[in-house]
Design a protein around this ligand. Structure first.
Ligand SMILES: NC(=O)c1ccc[n+]([C@@H]2O[C@H](COP(=O)([O-])OP(=O)(O)OC[C@H]3O[C@@H](n4cnc5c(N)ncnc54)[C@H](OP(=O)(O)O)[C@@H]3O)[C@@H](O)[C@H]2O)c1
Length: 258
């Protein structure tokens, strides 16, 4: 039976690389994002290079009913996905007190509410199939507070906690949930979130392809948490061992405006 994988935020960055990794392993794809042209180009590429069938769903998942609209497309196509990659995510940079409340809400809506809703809407199908894999794109930001990107960091702490709890709940029913934690990665994210003002985004950047490969491998092996890249694994470990106030101060320094 053909395995179908949903990848949210597949039009660029880490999501596009995850789609490529899955196609190379023989999974058919449901590609979703707002940029229809980028999705169509990717679908074309996957068909040519891997003979992979894909369905493009051009949707703003952040709008009310976005997740339900995606489910309707799947139902109309008669597809029950056995893989869900919750990758679409946005950030907003700058002091909380000066932030536009609508932008903050949009970050919470996409990173937290849409991820949670899609997971709960797709689980019944996976439970019927008797197996499933969920990959939630969290972040190394999940492990400490982020002054300067406070809401974004808090959303990733939520994603991390939810993923680990769901994996513990669902594993015995044949479904695994993996939290992928990338560090700073070269994608469109920095420009969209911060206009590249944060010092952090002028330092070392990981390659989106390395991050995607690491996440897909971990998901297919059923691992609960994977931090992408040796450097990030050391940073996360250091952050766990150091006092929380110190880690918060260092993060604020890394996120300072240049
Ligand atoms: N880059 C990093 O440094 C980094 C580090 C750690 C974690 N992450 C996480 O990695 C994930 C992917 O980010 P990225 O770095 O690949 O960023 P990106 O290049 O900006 O890609 C974000 C993706 O999400 C989609 N998206 C944004 N808003 C959407 C909406 N309202 N509805 C549907 N799709 C939407 C975008 O497509 P459209 O604009 O076409 O809709 C795009 O495909 C995010 O969850 C991010 O938090 C990134």
């Amino acid at each position: 039976m053909q395995s179908w994988a949903v990848v949210t935020g597949a039009s660029g960055g880490i999501g596009r690389e995850i789609a490529r990794e899955l196609a190379a392993r023989g999974h058919a794809l449901i590609l979703t994002a707002r940029s229809g042209e980028a999705l169509a180009q990717l679908a074309d590429e996957l068909r040519r290079e891997h003979d992979t069938p894909s369905l493009c769903c051009v949707l703003d998942l952040g709008l009310p009913g976005g997740a339900e609209a995606l489910m309707q497309r799947l139902a109309a196509a008669g597809i029950t996905p056995d893989i869900l990659v919750n990758n679409a995510g946005i950030g907003v940079y700058g002091p909380f007190a000066e932030a536009d409340p609508e932008r903050l809400q949009a970050v919470i809506d996409l990173n937290v509410s849409v991820l949670t809703r899609l997971t709960s809407l797709m689980l019944p199908g996976m439970l019927r199939l008797g197996h499933g894999r969920i990959l939630n794109v969290s972040s190394t930001a999940a492990f400490q507070p982020g002054p300067g990107m406070a809401v974004y960091f808090a959303t990733k702490a939520y994603v991390q906690s939810l993923s680990e709890a769901l994996d513990a709940e669902l594993r015995r029913r044949g479904i695994t949930v993996t939290a992928l934690c990338p560090g700073a990665t070269a994608t469109g994210f920095q420009t969209r979130a911060a206009g590249e003002r944060a010092a952090l985004f002028h330092g070392h950047m990981d390659d989106a392809r390395m991050v995607a490969r690491c996440g897909v491998k971990a998901m297919l092996r059923g691992r609960r948490v994977v931090v992408a890249g040796a450097r990030n694994r050391w940073l996360v470990l250091g952050g766990r061992l150091a006092p929380r106030r110190l880690v918060t101060a260092v993060t604020a320094w890394l996120l300072r405006e240049t």
